[in-house]
Design a protein. Structure first.
Ligand code: GLU
Length: 453
């Protein structure tokens, strides 16, 4: 069996043994396809059954979360923590609270996290968790009771050298506070068992901004390699959560113009540039719909979801130089890719995890659009999470400038690693292949050193 057939065979077995996990197969297929040139050259990964092992989570925890809503009714949700791979350090990855969360979604995210975390060159393994709990429309006390109930089970499985969760979609500073508080109550220990903590109680300066800022730094490094820069570019950004907000903020400071943002109900198009203050007030403070943005800025247009073109999204039909998909998985489709190409887009830089569908990626690359894969471009968040862990462990606190300087350097090093690796394997500039091989090689080499575990 050649390397290609071998990877296909493992993927086929995974489909058979864990049915119905489409996003997980999508993520695994992309990684395994990228690895073919490496497997052809280096036989030890096959000899040590690395693919057979890395595709299986070391541990999967699924639990019932029982909590009481404001009317006194008992509610139930499913909770997950997938501890995917600890070859490089404690499991590290966020928690997602969203109605679409299933085991397949958590596994796709946890699998991506292994390679993303390896790429940062820091000591962190890969994991992910979450719940199908829908925070939308819930009161603050319902959110608190849910987080407490979630931690009632999760606390037995995490620890600052074991597994360190953080935020993701639906889990921000507020939820991290409630989760940490309940852990402390249950264990009587004040430890860095989550990241994204409040600045006053163990959090790191710059963590909140890190994924968005890091994504913009990555885009700049990528453009520079091709003799371009962000300055003066029109940038379309999707999403209005933590990643999108700080992508938009950093784009302004780099002299670019972020012209869009979006939420689950619609897109805002503001040609003169999205006003970050208004966006933060609506999303971080008020937790309201983006419709309000257009009321406050009459020169901006609100395009409701139902006006999206067939199979595509309004955000990507607006002409831009650079696209920053920063909302969720599979949000940029083939229809969107065609629009972006027609409008002369030069770079798609993934702020979210796996936001571009495989056929859209192929189309973009075939048409000469540069592509920054999420597991490289959005690794700034988890990288600064590791800096938070380092500060907690040494009982130190670094300044915002110190963290931001390190983040800039980490993003440069991730870009260089992915780029150089793509060159090494004969497809210069293919950062998907470069990031997958570089991340895999680091985790896999550690697994080989540690024997058959
Ligand atoms: N959820 C983020 C990610 O997708 C951050 C994880 C973390 O900070 O641990 O990488």
């Amino acid at each position: 069996m050649n390397a290609k057939e071998y990877t296909r065979e493992i993927l086929r077995l995974i489909r058979q043994t864990s049915p119905g996990q489409e996003e997980f197969y999508q993520a695994a297929t992309e990684v395994f396809e990228s690895l073919v040139p490496l497997l052809e050259e280096e036989h030890r990964y096959r000899e040590h059954s690395i693919l057979e092992r890395i595709i299986l989570p070391e541990r999967t925890i699924i639990f019932r979360v029982t909590w009481m809503d404001d009317s006194g009714k008992i509610q139930t949700n499913l909770g997950y923590r997938v501890q995917f791979n600890s070859a490089l350090g404690p499991y590290k990855g966020g928690l997602r609270f969203h109605p679409t969360v299933t085991l397949g979604i958590v596994k796709f995210l946890g699998f991506e996290q292994i390679f993303k975390n390896a790429l940062t060159n820091l000591q962190i393994g890969g994991g992910k968790g979450g719940s199908n709990f829908d925070p939308k429309g819930k009161s603050d006390s319902e959110i608190m009771r849910f987080c407490q109930a979630f931690m009632n089970e999760l606390h037995r499985h995490i620890g600052h050298t074991r597994d360190v969760p953080a935020g993701d979609i639906g889990v921000g500073a507020r939820e991290i506070g409630y989760l940490f508080g309940q852990y402390k109550l249950l264990t009587a220990n004040f430890e860095g068992i989550v990241t994204g903590k409040g600045i006053g109680w163990g959090g790191s300066f710059g963590r909140k901004e890190a994924t968005g800022y890091g994504s913009v730094y990555f885009a700049e490094h990528h453009l520079n390699r091709h003799d371009m820069e962000l300055k003066g570019k029109r940038c379309a950004v999707s999403g209005a959560g933590n990643v999108a907000i700080y992508t938009i903020e950093k784009l302004h400071s780099m002299g670019a113009t972020p012209i869009t943002c979006s939420d689950s109900r619609g897109t805002i198009h503001h040609p003169k540039g999205i006003d970050v203050k208004t966006l933060k007030a609506i999303k971080e403070v008020g937790r309201e719909s983006l419709e309000k943005y257009a009321q406050l800025h009459p020169d901006a247009t609100y395009i409701p979801l139902h006006k999206y073109p067939e199979g595509g999204h309004a955000t990507w039909s607006i002409p831009c130089d650079i696209a920053f998909p920063s909302a969720t998985q599979n949000e940029l489709t083939i229809v969107d890719a065609k629009n972006l190409v027609n409008n002369g887009c030069k770079l798609v830089n993934e702020g979210a995890n796996m936001p571009t569908t495989p056929d859209a990626i192929d189309y973009l690359r075939e048409h000469g659009v540069l592509f920054s894969p999420g597991k490289a471009a959005n690794a700034g968040g988890v990288a600064v999470s590791q800096l938070e862990m380092a500060q907690n462990a040494s009982m130190q606190r670094w300044s915002f400038a110190e963290v931001d300087t390190r983040l800039f350097g980490i993003m440069k090093s991730i870009f260089d690693t992915a780029y150089e690796t793509s060159k090494e394997f004969g497809d210069e500039g293919n950062l998907i292949m470069g990031a997958n091989i570089a991340g895999f090689r680091r985790a896999a080499d550690a697994m080989i050193d540690m024997g058959a575990v």
